[in-house]
Structure formats: C-alpha cells, structure tokens
Write a protein that binds this ligand. Structure first.
Ligand code: GLA
Length: 376
C-alpha cells in the first residue's frame, strides 16, 4: 500500500478503493479574462492534492486532511445544502452535492487528503481539492463525464454551494493540463489547445514566488470586479467584454460612462490580446520574447485592474531588476503569487534578491505538469 493508502487506513480502519491526485496551477497569462468569456493560458504545477477514497453505503461523507486540524469531519449526504459551511470540508461537500444535483448516482464516502499545493498562495489549492474529489467520486461511482465537464461541475460547486463567483480557469487547468504544455482555453466556446512550453530546453526557469500575503478584502473585491466587468459589457450593449475587439477598444472606452469601467475594460481587452500574442510567440519558438508581454500584463493588472499589492509589485520589480525576462502576478491578486521567467544562469541572483526583499516569500521553480489522474 502507498503512504497515502496507509494514512487512509490509519484514519478509517480499512483500505481505500483507490487514490487520485490533482494539481495546483499557475496562470502564464490571461488574468480576470475567464469570467469575461475570454482567453487564459495556465499550466499545472507539479504540486498536487491527493485523495485516498472508499465508498460508504450509509449516507455519510467523512473527510480527513493530513494538513488541517480538527480530525475527521462527518456530514450527512442528505443534509448537504448550499451555504452550509464546514470549514475546508465545504469544498468536498460542495462537489458531492453538485454531482448529485447533476443527477449522478454518487453517495457517501470516506476520503483522506494530503496536499503539497501551498494553501492561500493563489495557486488553486481549492480547485485541486475540488477536482481530485470530483474525479475520485466520479470514477468510483461510474460517472461518465469528460474533463471539461468535470471542471464546470467543480466551478458550479464553488459558485453555488461555496458562494464564490469564480470563473472556470483553475478547475479546467487542474483537470485538463498535460505535462510540458500550457493550456489555451477559450472560455466562450470552451475550446482547448495544449500549447508546448519547453522551459528547460530553452535555458529558462519559471520561478514562482508565493508572497504568503492575502489581503482581507480579496473575496469581496473579486465579486465587485466581476460585477464591474458585467456592467461595462452591458453599458456597451454586449454579452461580455470578450466582444470588444482590440481595434474597437478606443471607441468602446469613449462610450463608457466612468473611469472605473474604462479601466476594467482596457485591462480585459488588452489581456485577451496578450494571451494571443504569447501563444503566437510560443508557436513560433520565440519563448524568450514572451517576457515583455508578461510584464505588460502585470502593469495592466496593477494600474488598470488594480488587483496587485505592494508585495507582488516588489517581487516583480526585484525579479526584473536582477535579470528576469518578464514577471507578473498570477491568479486573482491582492496577495498570492507572482511568476518570473528567468534565464537559468540568473536563477540564483533572482531567487536571492526576491528572498531578501520579501523574507516571508516561498520561492520555487515550476515545471508544466500533468493534470488530475488516478494514482497507481
Ligand atoms: C481566480 C479565479 C479564476 C480567475 C482568476 C483571475 O483564480 O478562481 O477563475 O478569475 O482568479 O484570472
């Protein structure tokens, strides 16, 4: 039995039926575009959340995490309902409820988790938790859904049950990414393409710096930004900001009633263009040239979307100063992580400088890794 299986047995007194893993993600480019029907380009981290699972036939969901205090959390499947919080266990409960709501024949289970995805680092630890739960319960109960459908289900569990109006990027990345690639997701039609991203072969490292800062207003701010984008689209008479073309940006800005809506719109429209630019450069084998596009994305998030914070700006500025080709915050913002594209020879200097500037930061190299999978 694997270490995870043994841990399951220690908690639940029997062997699991199977073990699964789902990764966290970084987003290379395409921030706050997913809920505007736009483009994103995340890749999966090597860090995963793992789950050992066995079904139960008595209507109970019992979950335990190696990383959380509080022991086993026990919930009645029939009592699950949106808005009933249970701490971290709300996420697996939400997934189970959503599977059942979708008509899937999923019942109770014992689940033991562990995770190497930093929690609160803006690296989608909650999406990893959702996706590993959905995949494990789905496979054990013979649910036939594709990976994108699984990601949509996890997003719905967060939107409806947890009550956070997130887009579908993180869950899709965790469910659908493949090793050695970033995933281009066009959210409008949910078309996917795996875009080769060979960092090492090009003498590059992608450093992630988790600032370990999360500003308190982050959740409320996300909802209000999303509402702002929807207000801008509706003021323009469009279904979403995706429908503003890059060429049509100036006219759209003229037509908007206030400065905030203009800022939000400018970010979303230019960010969609940056995703397309990065993909074109990667396809052309010009990976080093994506650096300035990443940095331009950071400035747009800082100045137009206004979701950066001093710690993220400090990481970005320090990395660029020490030889990074490009750097940006990644994820929703207001804390969390920044990424830097760094020539291998500059990795020690960049790492040292960022660590000195922000001693609490956790810095590591990220390689594009595989999405969720069953473990042997
Ligand atoms: C969070 C959300 C995603 C996305 C990003 C910003 O990670 O979960 O859906 O909106 O923020 O790009």
């Amino acid at each position: 039995m694997t270490d995870l299986g043994i841990a399951f047995k220690d908690v639940f007194g029997r062997a699991p039926e199977g073990c699964w893993a789902a990764p966290g993600r970084v987003n290379l480019i395409g921030e706050h575009t997913d809920y505007n029907d736009g483009h994103v380009l995340p890749f999966a981290l090597p860090q995963t959340t793992r789950a050992a699972v066995a079904r139960r036939d008595d209507g109970l969901l019992r979950v335990h995490s190696a990383d959380m205090d509080g022991g086993v959390v026990e919930l009645r499947v029939d009592d699950l309902a949106p808005g009933t919080g249970a701490g971290w266990a709300t996420y697996p409960a939400a997934v189970l409820w959503t599977l059942r709501e979708a008509g899937q024949p999923v019942g109770g289970a014992d689940i033991h988790y562990d995770s190497t995805v930093p929690v609160g680092g803006g690296l989608s630890s909650s999406a990893a938790l959702q996706v590993v739960t959905a995949l494990a319960l789905g496979e054990l109960h013979g649910v036939r859904t594709g990976r994108q459908e699984l990601a949509l289900l996890c997003q719905r569990s967060e939107n409806v049950y947890v009550g956070a109006p997130v887009g579908v990027m993180d869950q899709t990345a965790s469910a659908c990414c493949t090793e050695g690639h970033a995933l281009h997701l066009d959210v409008r039609g949910l078309e996917q393409r795996q875009v080769p991203l060979d960092l090492a072969g090009n003498g590059l490292t992608l450093l992630v710096a988790d600032t370990r800062v999360k500003h308190a207003h982050a959740d409320g701010a996300y909802a209000s930004l999303r509402a702002g984008c929807e207000a801008a689209a509706s003021a323009l008479g469009l279904p979403s900001l995706r429908d503003v073309s890059h060429d049509g940006l100036a006219a759209a800005l003229d037509a908007l009633p206030d400065e905030r809506l203009r800022r939000l719109t400018r970010h979303v429209v230019t960010e969609n263009r940056r995703v397309e630019d990065v993909i074109a450069l990667l396809d052309a084998g010009r990976i080093r040239d994506i650096g300035p596009v990443l940095t331009a994305g950071h400035l747009s998030l800082r100045d137009d979307f206004q979701v950066s914070c001093p710690e993220l700006d400090l990481v970005v500025d320090t990395a660029l100063d020490r030889g990074a080709l490009g750097a940006r915050m990644t994820g929703g913002g207001f804390g969390g992580s920044a990424i830097a594209l760094v020539p291998v020879e500059s990795v020690p200097a960049v790492t040292e400088a960022v660590q000195a500037a922000l001693p609490a930061a956790r810095i590591f190299a990220a390689t594009p890794s595989r999405g969720a999978h069953r473990l042997p």
